[in-house]
Design a protein around this ligand. Structure first.
Ligand code: NAD
Length: 419
């Protein structure tokens, strides 16, 4: 499958631009990440497929081996329409489970194309089916007594609903269901008084505006030390007003449209709210036709404001002011999510404090906070950002399997021939 995706890399990227409005660079990155997942999980299964001897006590052989759990439902979002489903599907298949895959109703074309590629590459008949459709299809899959594992990536609200539904046991159900849920974020970047502001501005803008803010890892809050606050926000304003917003078919476009009218309306409501809760710092203009949303930055946002707490999933950034680094970390940790976070600082003491106290699944120091790479940066959050092992990491595949341990007394007393 990886070879086929590589061979069709540019064609698939073009489909992403067409169906979900990614810019060229973002579209190519999604195809490349899908390929990385396939190669990584194949290698990981080679490692896990070997039964492992536990301990080395003479006269006793303890072996742990893994077996598939059973039918797996893969319920995917639209924002990484190849990489995320490829990761979940390939993990379930390579560990021996048949898969019922429901792509997002906002990216059914890419879901169908991906399924065809898996099947053409030789997935056995009946082991992978694509069921395009909306929430009702997802609900039916979660409720079915023979769906044993649910691999879900999407919003917190839907993830929590699936977790509750899957805990119900129906007559005829052979096993307790397991839900692996990757959910949302409200990610912050801290900029302290020692930060290189050239780097910080570029990193914050890339992290908040990339794919129009429609990444679970996107930066939606920036927390700035008061001594550099004024120079940071004036430079941030200029940077946001220089963003190229427009048609993703154009290679120079940095910010394309949001996914659909529903998302556009929801993000516009947050812009209206931001005007009440905070102060408008910058609003880049965008084509009023189509589903564009102007990249927008608000200052004077307080921790209790909705703009500081709720995932918006669009190009909206809230700026907050901190008195010192401990205060900044406290503000950063002040949401129910714990997905990604970042720090721009040249202070070893502050970086050390962030390592210890900034409570996120993926912490990035002096670099943008999006674009995690398979195996080098296993990805995923905790608290209300997710439950389960990190994707693209060494613990991920075992979630799709049961572990069995067999212990044998090898001090045989005599031997019976089978002849
Ligand atoms: P969503 O939760 O609306 O939908 C995700 C999937 O769930 C879709 O396929 C949808 O049809 C299905 N679904 C909806 N209601 C359902 C129900 N009641 N039962 C079963 N399935 C149901 O999310 P979305 O808009 O597609 O994606 C954006 C969200 O995904 C954001 O919150 C983002 O942060 C999150 N996300 C998280 C990660 C991560 O790795 N943590 C990655 C990408 C996206």
């Amino acid at each position: 499958v990886a070879s086929e995706l590589s061979r069709r890399r540019y064609e698939l990227a073009a489909w992403e631009i067409f169906e979900v409005g990614k810019t060229w660079r973002e579209a190519d990155a999604d195809v490349a990440e899908a390929i990385d997942f396939l190669r990584y999980y194949a290698d990981e299964m080679d490692r896990l497929a070997q039964p492992m001897r536990l301990g080395n006590r003479p006269g006793e052989l303890n072996q742990r081996s893994y077996e598939p759990r059973g039918v797996t439902a893969v319920i995917a979002p639209w924002n990484f329409p190849l990489a995320i489903p490829t990761g979940m599907i390939s993990a379930a298949l390579v560990t021996g489970n048949p898969v019922l895959f429901k792509p997002s109703e906002r990216s059914p074309g890419l879901g169908t194309l991906l399924t065809d590629i898996f099947i053409e590459a030789g997935v056995p008949a009946g082991c992978l089916s694509c069921l395009p459709g909306g929430p009702g299809v997802g609900q039916a899959l979660v409720a079915h007594p023979h769906v044993i594992t649910v691999a879900f990536t999407g919003s917190k609200a839907v993830g929590l609903h699936i977790l509750a539904e899957a805990s119900r046991v129906d007559p005829g159900q052979p096993m307790v269901k397991r839900v692996i849920a990757e959910m949302g974020g409200k990610n912050a970047i801290i900029v302290d008084e020692t930060a290189d502001l050239d780097e910080a501005i570029a990193g914050v803008v890339a992290s908040f505006a990339g794919y129009a803010g429609q990444k679970c890892s996107a930066c939606s809050r920036v927390i700035v030390h008061r001594t550099v606050y004024d120079s940071f926000v004036s430079r941030l304003r200029e940077a946001v007003l220089s963003l190229e917003v427009g048609n993703p078919l154009e290679p120079g476009t940095q910010v394309g449209p949001v996914i659909d009218a529903r998302a556009q309306a929801s993000i516009q409501r947050y812009i209206a709210l931001g005007l009440e809760e905070g102060r408008l710092l910058a609003k880049q203009s965008a084509d009023p036709s189509g589903y564009f949303v102007e990249p927008t930055v608000f200052t004077a946002i307080q921790p209790h404001h909705r703009l500081a707490r709720e995932e918006i999933f669009g190009p909206i950034l809230a700026v907050m002011k901190a008195d010192n680094f401990a205060d900044a970390v406290r503000l950063a940790n002040g949401t129910e999510y714990a997905l990604t976070g970042g720090v721009y600082s040249r202070s070893p003491a502050n970086l050390a404090m962030a390592r210890e106290q900034f409570d996120v699944g993926n912490l990035y120091l002096n670099r943008p906070i999006t674009g995690a790479l398979v195996s080098r940066q296993p990805f995923g959050g905790h608290r209300f950002s997710g439950v389960g092992a990190k994707t693209g990491g060494e613990d991920y595949l075992t979630q799709f399997m049961i572990a069995r341990v067999i212990s044998e007394n090898t001090l045989r007393r005599g031997f019976e021939s089978t002849q």
